[in-house]
Ligand binder design. Structure first.
Ligand SMILES: [Zn+2]
Length: 348
């Protein structure tokens, strides 16, 4: 049903694609769309979070290669294409005071450099729709925030014939979504588990998220048939997840019953939309015209910004969430750094 359509999901690290929007990308790929996952960094600074694989010498010897193999396996499971943007993981700074970010990392690269890299990938794959994270990165990791910044910059520039002229012929994706944490889904799962007499692992998260800005949800993608594929892809990142973690213990029938979708915020649209919607490609021109529409330079306002039919509201600021406040969020799981928290975000 999605033949001929192309979706690009921009993520910060290998494993993010399997914890944020994974089931929907697998569903679109299975229904005939071409789906490209872009990993901005190689996840080089990730620790081994699977207790069973800790201190394995063959892993510690070459973590980047291990993560490349894990990513390839996850992409196969999801049925998506994959490319690396080629930047270096910034790591999650920890300590008081926070240490400076490491020299040469993704978050410190000049924006023109990272934007050009993503523009090149967009002009090559020619997606009709792009997904990324919101301006808080979904949670405050420097690479996630930079992934947002670069994606917004590339969305503006990709269709501009004057921008990065050596990075390929202009191509303008028509919509841009934020995928990420869905507090709504988490609250529903939490309540359903309590109602079923089960222990819920979510209470701490729900309390913590009450200080996060409440994001608008515009789009529910019914993709519960692919929740198992999502979990299998996440497990393929074997060094990054605890296969016995509580996220893998939420009964599948409960997930299907309580919240059988993944949720997106429509950040930018060049085409008029009716919200809420249930398809990332909703509102696009018919396929026969779509290629020509995306190849045409988009209309811009007097400041050179894209003329939008829809733009999501940035939620009012709430108290800044300190990275440290997230420590211990995983309870008794071996999730004491970046990717562990992202594993927690599987609920998004
Ligand atoms: Zn990440």
């Amino acid at each position: 049903m999605s033949e001929g359509l192309r979706l690009m999901a921009v993520h910060a690290h290998p494993d993010d694609e399997s914890s944020k929007g994974a089931a929907s990308t697998a569903m679109y790929a299975a229904s005939g769309a071409e789906v490209m996952v872009v990993s901005c960094t190689g996840g080089e600074r990730g620790d081994v979070l699977n207790p069973r694989l800790q201190h394995a010498p063959e892993i510690e010897r070459d973590m980047p290669e291990v993560r490349r193999r894990e990513m390839a396996a996850a992409a196969r499971i999801l049925g998506v294409q994959h490319t690396w943007l080629g930047f270096v993981d910034s790591g999650l700074p920890e300590g008081d005071p926070l240490p400076p970010l490491p020299h040469g990392c993704f978050a410190l690269e000049p924006l023109e450099v990272t934007t050009e890299a993503l523009v090149r990938v967009i002009r090559d794959f020619r997606p009709h729709v792009l997904t990324t994270y919101d301006e808080n990165g979904g949670y405050p990791h420097p690479d996630h925030i930079m992934t947002h910044t670069v994606s917004m910059s590339a969305f503006e520039a990709a269709g501009d014939p004057l921008a990065y002229p050596h990075a390929g012929p202009p191509w303008q994706p028509q919509k841009l979504y934020y995928s990420g944490f869905s507090p709504q889904r988490l609250r529903k799962l939490h309540q359903a588990m309590l109602d079923a007499g089960m222990e819920s692992p979510f209470l701490e998260w729900i309390e913590r998220m009450s200080t996060w800005p409440e994001r608008a949800i515009h789009t529910h993608i019914a993709c519960s048939d692919y929740f198992e594929v999502r979990d299998e892809a996440l497990r393929a990142h074997a060094t990054q997840v605890d296969p016995d973690g509580h996220w893998f213990k939420i009964p599948m029938d409960l997930q299907h019953r309580v919240h059988p979708s993944e949720d997106y915020e429509l950040a930018r649209s060049l085409v008029p939309v009716e919200l809420p919607e249930d398809d990332l490609f909703a509102g696009l021109a018919p396929l026969t015209e779509l290629e020509e529409v995306c190849a045409r330079p988009p209309e811009r306002d007097g400041d050179g910004k894209l003329l939008l039919a829809h733009r999501s509201q940035v939620p009012p600021p709430v108290e800044q969430v300190e990275v440290e406040q997230l420590d211990g969020a995983a309870g008794d799981d071996a999730a004491d750094d970046d990717a562990g928290r992202e594993q927690e975000e599987q609920a998004s």
